[in-house]
Write a protein that binds this ligand. Structure first.
Ligand code: TRP
Length: 337
């Protein structure tokens, strides 16, 4: 046992991981892993059970889960150092979710804004899983006694619910779950859609030109940046929060993030230049930054035996850890284990 703080997060296998996921989440996970003085122990999962809340084709889902797993490794997570596992391979998630659903109120779940949005979008399939989705997410987190959960703004409300449920359970019985805190990594700008820079870049966006998938090839990346929406000010300036300048600001954020250079330096590099120059430079820089991920992905995903060994070993470890919490819960609520 170490006294490191536990960080836990999940990513849905619901489409290609985007540049936004990479810069906003996964690359930070890799940094935490590689910091030799890290104060954290990190667990990451491919949240495949969550993906079932919208209709999936079995063959496609299976491939996406494996691709997502391989992609996390290609991005730099080392499954021999960091526990990277597949949610459905650890039965305790579904088991605890049921129990926690009996400690979560209908009214609480009805207030979740993501549920309301998704129910609007998929009117033909407002299933119970979509409604209880945050309970499964609470189980994901509470099973591992996570201290910190890195989540984007869209998942904040779900994390808040996980905290409420944990506190309620602890008060009803006795301290059982660690109450998790949100973990925000400093100054990663949100990466916005290339076609509508007022919206977040999202892997569920149906317009391909809005997102950069981290496995997009060089030509595709450059073409998408060439088409990125800008404005008519003809001025390359970093202007977060200024209306109408979101496009150029987003391009500069991306450029600074992938080159690792300060924003001032990036802006001065383009003084006297036009939007065409900026778009091309960003496209090339993004492609360069992702080149090693593409190569590593090709290697890793071709090595089926390695992948299988990694997810199997990691799910065994996850089962071991999560079963400890689950046993406690069974005992406290009066189930016979
Ligand atoms: N619901 C999260 C999302 O869509 C993914 C997720 C599932 C997650 N389980 C989690 C995130 C646990 C953090 C912790 O982004």
């Amino acid at each position: 046992m170490s006294d490191k703080k536990i960080i836990l997060s999940g990513i849905q296998p619901s489409g290609a991981i985007t540049l936004g996921n990479y810069l906003g989440a996964v690359s930070n996970w890799v940094k935490l892993q590689n910091d030799p003085e890290s104060l954290y122990e990190c667990y990451y999962m491919v949240a495949d059970l969550h993906a079932l809340t919208v209709r999936q084709e079995a063959k496609v889902l299976r491939k996406r889960v494996l691709d997502t797993y391989a992609l996390l490794i290609a991005c730099g997570l080392d499954p021999e150092k960091t526990m990277v596992f597949i949610q459905s391979q650890v039965p305790a998630h579904a088991e605890l979710a049921w129990i926690l659903s009996c400690y979560t109120q209908f009214g609480e779940l009805s207030r979740m804004t993501q549920f309301k949005d998704k129910a609007q979008k998929h009117k033909d399939n407002v299933n119970a899983g979509l409604f209880t989705y945050p309970v499964l997410m609470a189980a994901d987190i509470l099973l591992y006694q996570a201290d910190l959960v890195p989540v984007g703004i869209d998942q904040k409300q779900h994390l808040e619910l996980a905290r409420d449920v944990a506190i309620r359970f602890n008060n009803t019985y006795s301290p059982t779950f660690k109450v998790p805190e949100p973990f925000t990594v400093k100054e990663t700008s949100k990466i916005m859609s290339l076609t509508d820079p007022t919206k977040k870049m999202s892997k569920s966006d149906t317009n391909e030109n809005s997102t950069i998938a981290i496995l997009d090839d060089r030509d595709t990346i450059i073409r998408k940046f060439k088409r990125a929406v800008t404005d008519s000010f003809a001025e390359i300036r970093f202007a977060p929060g200024e209306e109408g300048r979101e496009g150029v600001t987003n391009l500069l954020s991306i450029y600074s993030a992938v080159t690792g250079r300060a924003m001032d330096a990036c802006v001065s590099e383009f003084s006297g230049k036009g939007y065409g120059d900026l778009k091309l430079a960003v496209g090339e820089a993004v492609s360069d930054a992702l080149a090693h991920v593409r190569e590593r992905f090709a290697e890793v995903s071709a090595d089926k035996a390695y992948l299988e060994r990694m997810y199997t070993e990691n799910s065994q470890r996850a089962q071991y850890i999560s079963n400890k919490t689950l046993s406690k819960v069974y005992r406290k609520v009066g189930l016979i284990r």
